[in-house]
Design a protein around this ligand. Sequence first.
Ligand SMILES: Cc1cc2nc3c(=O)[nH]c(=O)nc-3n(C[C@H](O)[C@H](O)[C@H](O)COP(=O)(O)O)c2cc1C
Length: 144
Amino acid sequence: MRMLIAYASYSGNTKEVADLLYEELTDAQLDVDMHHIDIDPFVDVSAYDYIFLGTFTWDYGCTPDEVKDFVYRIGYKPENVAIFGTGDTQFGEETDYCKAVDKLVTFYSSKWSGLKIEQSPRGSQEENVKQWVRGVLENVYSYA
Ligand SMILES: Cc1cc2nc3c(=O)[nH]c(=O)nc-3n(C[C@H](O)[C@H](O)[C@H](O)COP(=O)(O)O)c2cc1C
């Protein structure tokens, strides 16, 4: 099973979630690669069985352009895409909170509900990240 964690992050919150996911997946002895969208060279996602796609939300509920470009460049909808993201309830309407996560869950018809983290995942929200990734892994093991 090959896993890819692809994420966009400006100020580091989404990267922190990606790092926690990396720790959980490697602890589970899975083969994991990290991809920082728009920083690392484009990656061939077809080489992976599971893709964890991470995004922050921008500009009143928008998905960042880098993430949209990445999604369009992939050019098809892989079967197993789990979405995570960070946001801030102080920005815009309540419905704008982590809205990019909701949009990507819908776009990919993801099998899993999106993981939404308010700002940094360190501290009390760390457990939410662990619970979520364990939920995804249940599916991985049932197909292994
Ligand atoms: C100009 C601006 C607009 C933002 N708009 C939203 C928004 O609409 N919804 C949301 O949930 N968070 C919004 N945020 C908060 C970021 O998504 C949040 O800080 C996120 O954790 C940043 O991720 P990063 O640290 O990985 O770059 C906004 C932040 C900025 C600076």
